[in-house]
Write a protein that binds this ligand. Structure first.
Ligand SMILES: NC(=O)c1ccc[n+]([C@@H]2O[C@H](COP(=O)([O-])OP(=O)(O)OC[C@H]3O[C@@H](n4cnc5c(N)ncnc54)[C@H](O)[C@@H]3O)[C@@H](O)[C@H]2O)c1
Ligand SMILES: O=C(O)[C@H](O)COP(=O)(O)O
Length: 527
């Protein structure tokens, strides 16, 4: 067997090169390689090791005819087109914990820099001005620190801030009360955090729900004199609105490591005297870079040489023999999880997955991981199939797995039941002979629908007139209906509709559907 070839296209610690060589992988170390040259040579490689600088686009992947694995030495995979990689059967892995401590420390460092105006005082002193009376800081002790997103990094920041004798409050819908108690953190709603925090630090991924979480409206709800730190992702804070709040004096300072457009050569925040900026240095320590480089080199080598999958974003850990039998059920389990996850607003308590018939004979652990990853991914952008069950448990979400003989009409069935603070919802699916996953039940109601890229899920009272009104709302908005699946538990009882549509559905259209008499819920789902 010829040795697999790996390209390192970003500035990784050279420790990675040694790991590849020691394991028998051919490696080319080309940090900072030009985009056009990368496109020309990517077809020669089985593996690609990157950080955040290399943009792995669908266009690049078209040229990557040999590529089997992309390894991200770090956490965020926003620079990788994961669906495009998945569509080409390319595993995308990350190293979810290797730089968490370092990034948390950077957030704390920026908090101190803001509190004591260290960068400005440094510049002034080195310019020979000795402006002892110009700089008047604030103490951190006793101040309220609001953490938005209390996952790996947010939790480490919380522990450090508690050690600094700060009062720590956190907004994270998926933080369990037990975990909050263990961390010494008060779990609060966003409005409460905005109103109380003297310092706010952000540690969520950038998702549809977190984009502009500090919008102009939310910034206006903050305490006068608040200081804001963003070491997570550009786009979490409306930079133009923040600049206005700094100019008006409502916000006393902001320290940003990440920006909406990177590399950030220009930015609305730049030039303000109370802004501290660093060029995405959150993970930039010797220790973190060694951690992530070693880990990614080991993971890529393991996969290319032995087929072992660790920390994959887009596939569960399975062996070469199990893969073909499991694959369609992995897809089904992830999609059932994603269906439930897209409908979940927070307060997840448990997920129960029942495997019935032939699927119960397969390696259901991998299927459960896939289902939980699908469930959490709409909330925790970078969750992977390996870490999903552990992350769920850490958040106090109970995972139950049951197998049993086939009892009904289907040879194989997977039932996923999610319990939140407010409700229980179950979704049932199977795989047909054509290998395609199907939804065959929702909340105990039989349906028969394929998963489609864009769908509307409606739950309503079974009353005449719904279908006509629904079609009119969509027709008036110019949205084409591709397929329509209906089910009900009894005449005049509860009904559900799963509708495949072409393209994205604007919120106004969903509101229009919701306004139809008898409609209880109307959601867009994407797969
Ligand atoms: N600046 C850097 O160099 C650097 C380095 C590492 C990580 N990061 C970024 O830091 C962020 C956090 O990383 P992590 O490893 O802690 O991720 P994580 O997945 O462990 O934690 C994210 C947390 O955000 C919470 N969350 C999700 N949606 C939310 C919402 N709408 N409101 C409030 N909370 C929400 C989740 O429940 C979770 O606890 C990511 O964006 C990551 O890419 C930046
Ligand atoms: O997601 C991450 O791990 C951080 O943003 C760090 O990115 P970098 O390794 O490219 O600096």
């Amino acid at each position: 067997m010829t040795a697999p070839k790996v390209l390192i296209s970003d500035k990784l610690s050279e420790a990675a090169v040694q790991i590849f060589r020691d394991s028998g992988v051919d490696v080319d170390f080309r940090p900072g390689i030009d985009k056009d040259e990368l496109e020309q040579i990517i077809g020669n490689y089985d593996g690609l090791a990157i950080r955040s600088a290399t943009k792995v686009t669908a266009k690049l992947l078209e040229k990557a005819t040999r590529l089997k694995v992309i390894g991200r030495a770090g956490i965020g995979v926003d620079n990788v087109d994961v669906p495009a990689a998945t569509a080409r059967g390319i595993i995308v892995m990350n190293t979810p914990f290797g730089n968490s401590i370092t990034t948390a420390e950077h957030a704390i460092a920026l908090t101190f820099a803001l509190a004591r105006e260290i960068p400005a005082a440094d510049a002034s002193t080195q310019a020979g001005k000795w402006e002892k009376n110009r700089f008047m800081g604030v103490e951190l002790t006793g101040k309220t620190f609001g953490i938005i997103g209390c996952g790996n990094i947010g939790s480490i920041v919380a522990e450090r801030a508690v050690g600094l004798r700060m009062k720590v409050i956190a907004y994270d819908p998926f933080l369990s009360p037990e975990r909050a108690r263990d961390l010494g953190v008060e779990k609060v709603e966003l409005e409460d955090l905005l109103a109380r925090a003297d310092f706010i630090t952000l540690h969520t991924p950038l998702t549809e729900k977190t984009k502009n979480i500090l919008s102009a409206e939310n910034l206006a709800k903050t305490k006068k004199g608040v200081r804001i730190v963003n070491c997570a992702r550009g786009g979490l804070v409306d930079e133009v609105a923040l600049r206005a709040a700094l100019d008006s004096g409502h916000v006393a300072g902001a320290a940003f490591d990440v920006f909406t457009v990177e590399p950030a050569k220009e930015n609305p925040l730049f030039g303000h005297p109370n802004v501290v900026a660093t060029p995405h240095l959150g993970a930039a320590t010797t220790e973190a870079q060694e951690n992530v480089a070693l880990q990614v080199a080991e993971q890529i080598s393991d996969y290319l040489l032995r087929g072992a999958i660790t920390n994959a974003i887009n596939f569960p850990s399975i062996t070469a023999e199990e893969a073909p039998k499991l694959r369609p059920f992995v897809e089904l389990a992830e999609k059932l999880g994603s269906f439930a996850g897209q409908l979940t607003e927070g307060g997840l308590k448990s997920v129960r997955i029942t495997y019935e018939g032939s699927v119960a004979q397969l390696k259901v652990k991998a299927l459960t991981s896939a289902a939980v990853a699908g469930l959490l991914r709409p909330i925790l952008q970078d969750v992977n199939v390996v870490s999903a069950p552990a992350i769920a448990r850490e958040r106090g979400i109970v995972i139950e797995e049951t197998t049993r003989e086939a009892e009904g009409d289907y040879d194989a069935l997977i039932t996923l039941t999610v319990t939140t603070d407010d409700y229980e919802r179950s979704i049932v699916g199977t795989v047909f002979a054509d290998g395609k996953p199907r939804i065959v039940g929702i909340k105990g109601i039989k349906v028969d629908a394929e998963f489609a890229p864009s769908m509307i899920y409606v739950s309503n009272e079974d009353k005449p007139g719904f279908i006509g009104r629904f079609a009119t709302v969509l027709g008036d908005a110019g949205i084409n209906i591709a397929t329509f699946a209906l089910g009900r538990d009894a005449e005049g009882g509860s009904a559900v509709a799963l509708v495949q549509v072409d393209g994205k559905v604007p919120q106004a259209v969903l509101d229009g559907v919701h306004a139809i008499p008898g409609v209880k819920h109307a959601h867009q789902l994407t797969f």
